[in-house]
Design a protein around this ligand. Structure first.
Ligand code: SF4
Ligand code: SF4
Ligand code: F3S
Length: 268
């Protein structure tokens, strides 16, 4: 299959840190230039656009009209919902994030939530969640494809996007609307330290002999046995490394409410 025409992408930023965009930019195959100049049309993206202010507001309005039913909406960041959503305002018109997300997702062909913030609320939704931040599905009640991770690997974001473009349908999902091809197995299932787990060889203290030998980080708080993601198969930053490869346990960053449910991230 080949991509026949460049599908417009409207990428919205809600309450977030832009780490997901940073990860997206580091895509290797295809690289970001090939992706956005040959395969998709990145029509709107707050942090990558040159323009700002009223000009981009007009551009967004026109893009929604022109590409109604044809564009893919990507949301990065959680949506504050408390008190009508007043804790996030975006753009020169003072629109709330909640209003903007409703307006743009309504006419999209497909809606994607990139990152744990957009999928499940992320750090904004951690206790006590003062802004009532929620993931897109919970905030808007719409159909969504979640690509969580804090941030997700570009492989997961670009792979999901290209699957939709090539096959004109969303990939099979799990119960949390995550693509099974990326989130169908646990970090622990393919971890490079797994043989040490099976052999009972554990790091017992930061910097000990086991740490130097690359033994299993389970006793140091690794959440790989509870976390569905493919980091143990696809490293980050164009294949450079990943959390466990760098010597720290997985903190469960692609799971809902991991800030509250997976902590403490380090033991003892
Ligand atoms: Fe940043 Fe993580 Fe949220 Fe992405 S999911 S915007 S990396 S806090
Ligand atoms: Fe499992 Fe974590 Fe040990 Fe890897 S380091 S084998 S994911 S417990
Ligand atoms: Fe996140 Fe664990 Fe991968 S912390 S980046 S899911 S190894």
């Amino acid at each position: 299959a080949a991509i026949k025409e460049r599908t417009p992408i409207i990428w919205l930023h809600m309450a977030e840190c832009t780490g997901c965009s940073e990860s997206f930019l580091r895509t290797r195959e295809p690289d970001i230039a090939t992706l956005i100049f040959e395969q998709v049309s990145l029509t709107y993206h707050d942090t990558l656009m040159m323009a700002s202010g009223e000009r981009v507001e007009k551009h967004l309005d026109e893009a929604i009209q022109r590409y109604k039913g044809k564009y893919i909406c990507i949301i990065e960041g959680a949506i504050p919902t408390k008190d009508g959503g007043i804790y996030l305002r975006v753009g020169s018109k003072g629109e709330t994030g909640l209003e903007r997300a409703k307006r743009v997702t309504k006419d999209a062909k497909v809606n994607l939530a990139f990152g744990t913030c957009a999928a499940f609320g992320g750090v904004q939704a951690a206790h006590p969640n003062p802004t009532g931040a929620k993931g897109v599905h919970d905030a808007l009640g719409i159909e969504i494809v979640n690509v969580p991770g804090c941030p997700p690997n570009s492989v997961n974001m670009v792979g999901t996007l290209l699957h939709i473009l090539l096959f004109d349908k969303i990939p099979p999902l799990d119960l949390l609307y995550r693509p099974l091809w990326a989130y169908g197995s646990r970090i622990h299932d393919y971890c490079e330290r797994r043989a040490h787990f099976d052999a009972g060889e554990f790091v017992e203290e930061w910097g000990d002999e086991g740490a130097k030998k690359g033994w299993c980080l389970y006793k140091m708080g690794c959440k790989g046995p509870l976390t569905y993601n493919n980091c143990s198969r696809y490293r980050f930053n164009q294949g450079t490394n990943w959390p466990i490869g760098a010597g720290h346990g997985c903190i469960g960053c692609s799971e809902p409410n991991f800030w509250d449910t997976m902590a403490p991230f380090e033991e003892p």
